[in-house]
Structure formats: C-alpha cells, structure tokens
Design a protein around this ligand. Structure first.
Ligand code: ATP
Ligand code: MG
Ligand code: FE
Length: 334
C-alpha cells in the first residue's frame, strides 16, 4: 500500500510517498525559512503563495524519487490542521485534485498525529505509549492507549517550547528560527546562567515557558542598561537547561504513571541536541525504551503525515472531497 501525502501547514512544503505506513519511498521537503527570515517569523500570506509555487513540481518530484507511477498509489493523504488556514488550503486543494483525478480515497491527517507517527518510521510503536510533543506551536504530553487514540495529559499554558526558543533567540539577536542557534550557543558555554523552572502544581503535566522567557528578557535588558557585554552563551545554556529539565522530568513521570511501554519524542524541538542527549541518558538510567526520530523526521515533513494516514487507511476512514482546513483541529477527536 503506497500513500502519497502532502504537508503545507506552515512554512515547509512537503510531499512524500510511504509504503505500508513504515517504508519511506520519497520525502521531498522545501523549506521557506530563507524567505521568512528577514521578517523574523512566518508571514502567512507569503507562505501560502510559496506553497502554490512549489506544490505541483514537488508532487512530480516525490513520485519520481519513489520510482512510482500514479497507478501504484492507494490513497492521497493531506494535513487538515492545525496550521495556517491559507497554507493548509493549498495542500488540501492539491490533494483533493489528485484524489479526484486518480479516483483514489482522500485521507485527512492531524499535523501533530503526524509528528507523533514519525516514530513509526523508525521502529514499531508499542502501546500504551507516551509522546512528548515539542514543536513551534505545541508542547504536549500525549497518552496513546492504542493506535491513533490520543489523550492529552498535559500541555503548555502559554508559549510552546519552540516559540519560547524563537523569542529568546530574537532577544539574543540570533537569526530566525532561533531553536538551532540557541542549541549551538548553549553548547559553547562552560557555565549556565541560572534560570527559573516552572513546575506548576505537583501533580500537573502542564507546562509554562512565559516566566522563563521573561527571565531571559530581563537579564538581557539589565545587561544593556548597565552597559555590560551580553553573556549570550551562558544565557542560552541556562534557558536550554531549564526547558529540558522540566520537559524530561514531566515526560518520565508520565511514562511511570501511565505504565507506558515506550516514550516517543516528536516535533521540531525534538531536533534539539541537548534534549535528545538528556532524554536518552535518563531513559537509559531508568530502563525506559525511547524512540527518537532522525532530525529530518522531527521537523515538518510529509512522510510523517503518510505514516499517520496509514492508520486511517487500515480502518477505511476516508475524507469526502469537500474536506475543509481546520486551523485549530482537535487531536483527541481527530
Ligand atoms: P506545529 O508542529 O506545532 O504546528 P511547526 O510545524 O511550526 O509547529 P515544527 O516545524 O515542528 O513546528 O518545529 C519548528 C520549531 O522547532 C521552531 O520553533 C524551531 O526553532 C524549533 N527547533 C528546530 N530545531 C531546534 C533545535 N535544535 N533546538 C530547539 N528548537 C529547535
Ligand atoms: Mg516549520
Ligand atoms: Fe510541525
């Protein structure tokens, strides 16, 4: 079973062909980061236009790299949400057109389900599992009782982890997106600037990063007012240690409480070297099986969308051709 998937929820256009939900035949990704960089963030209108420019040739490219003709495809999958409505629409239009023209079923996929099922491309997921989802727009601990049955046990009350990374990076005058730059800078410091950790209520799996973000901004402002040089690397390291400490501690507590057989890491911030190292170390100590996707499958890509779509294929859970984009799609009812 070969599923062609399209992902256009934010600033990456991607088309992939995946066999049986596990074998990547192709995964073509075109990032718009360079285009948005001078604005310091994603400009929705520009993102939509860029998706329109690339989607057609990328579908052809994905088929060519997969060495497949369209008659070998079983279904067309597409990200329905969450994401930027105009950006989502471009992918949905392309997917609908393909499904209609090729007389193939259409499968709607939740973007975060995709991030989580990137893990299935690495090794089979065993249930129950806990997923730590850390991306540009989401920070969640998700309990997976069975395939595609999601329950959010904790989530951010303010900024997402990736959002905090990008805002702190901006304060430290690093280029957009800031996550990878903070990660690199943090590794260059030999000491960390002490930063607060938001544990919230003792039994809570929720997260909060706005206090931490403010602490960084205050440190930067104070240094400026005193006319002191900014200890960027130490601040980056302090910030990163605080984020990782809370994420790892809460994820492992959830694994224990929910008797999870595996911990899955998902989302763009999963590309963070510090987080990957710390999580592997703690999981090894505690004997918790951990799956961490390779970097290329952590950030937005269509292979993960095809992997999640395969679960719906198995249930023959298809979408109609009047499918709508849903910018705030719910993961639990998806
Ligand atoms: P969502 O998936 O929630 O809709 P998104 O698709 O925009 O949001 P992703 O593409 O999954 O988010 O991830 C992008 C985020 O990951 C950005 O905030 C970026 O700074 C962050 N990121 C990427 N690499 C790293 C890294 N090495 N360390 C920390 N953050 C990183
Ligand atoms: Mg992105
Ligand atoms: Fe994403």
């Amino acid at each position: 079973v070969c599923i062609l998937a399209v992902e256009t929820s934010c600033d990456e256009t991607s088309v992939a062909v995946v066999e049986n939900g596990v074998r990547i035949r192709s995964n073509v990704v075109s990032s718009q980061i360079e285009t948005h960089r001078r604005f310091g963030g994603v400009v929705p209108e520009i993102a939509s236009r860029k998706h329109v420019e690339s989607i057609t040739w990328m579908i052809e490219e994905a088929l060519q790299q997969a060495e497949l003709t369209t008659d070998r495809l079983s279904a067309i999958a597409v990200t329905q949400g969450p994401g930027l409505v105009g950006a989502l629409l471009v992918g949905i239009m392309a997917a609908k057109s393909l499904a209609y023209a090729l007389e193939l079923p259409l499968i709607a996929v939740h973007h975060i389900a995709g991030h989580i099922y990137a893990n299935q491309l690495v090794q089979p997921i065993e249930y129950p599992a806990i997923a730590l989802v850390v991306s540009g727009g989401h920070t969640e601990l998700v309990y997976l009782e069975a395939p595609a049955r999601f329950r959010i046990v904790g989530q951010t009350r303010d900024d997402a982890a990736g959002e905090a990374y990008d805002k702190v990076a901006r304060a430290l005058r690093l280029p957009y997106p800031g996550g990878p730059h903070i990660d690199k800078l943090a590794h260059e410091a030999d000491v960390a600037q002490e930063m607060p950790r938001a544990w919230l209520e003792p039994d809570s799996y929720d997260f909060s990063f706005s206090g931490l973000k403010s602490a960084v901004l205050n440190t930067v402002n104070q240094a400026q007012m005193r006319g002191e040089a900014l200890q960027s690397a130490q601040i980056a390291r302090g910030f990163q240690e605080s984020v990782i400490d809370v994420l790892v501690t809460k994820a492992l507590r959830a694994v224990n409480e929910f008797s999870a057989r595996q911990l899955l890491l998902a989302g763009g911030v999963a590309a963070n070297r510090g987080l990957r190292a710390q999580l592997s170390e703690r999981c090894a100590e505690l004997g918790v099986p951990l799956i961490v996707p390779p970097l290329s499958l952590c950030t937005d890509n269509a292979a993960m969308i095809a992997a999640a779509a395969f679960l719906k294929w198995e249930r023959r859970d298809f979408a109609e051709l009047d499918l709508q984009a849903v910018p705030l799609l719910n993961l639990e009812t998806w």
